[in-house]
Design a protein around this ligand. Structure first.
Ligand SMILES: [Zn+2]
Length: 92
């Protein structure tokens, strides 16, 4: 009977040690998990960081570029068109 109490105490202490460790470890591991789930991306136009899922996507030459707003997407598109026009003008 006494052994059972000792085992219970040891078990409780071990349980506490494990849960304490987990609490200490969590702050190191959870930011990474958060980063994956809610990754921050940079708007190439205005350089603002925003969560990936809130971005506005533009497909450009098999690449997806994300913007913080439709406004930035439109401005970027105009800039791209101007650039590609310059490039074709330069070549010909
Ligand atoms: Zn922007």
């Amino acid at each position: 009977m006494f052994k059972i109490i000792i085992f219970a105490v040891i078990g409780y202490v071990l349980y506490r040690a494990v849960t304490k460790k987990r609490i200490v470890v969590r702050p190191d591991t959870s930011p990474d998990a958060y980063r994956e789930a809610d990754e921050m991306v940079q708007d190439p136009l205005c350089k603002t960081y925003f969560p990936r899922e809130q971005g506005v996507a533009l497909e450009h030459q098999d690449e997806v570029v994300l913007f913080c707003s439709m406004d930035c997407l439109e401005k970027y598109k105009i800039a791209l068109d101007a650039k590609s026009n310059d490039a074709t003008d330069g070549r010909s």
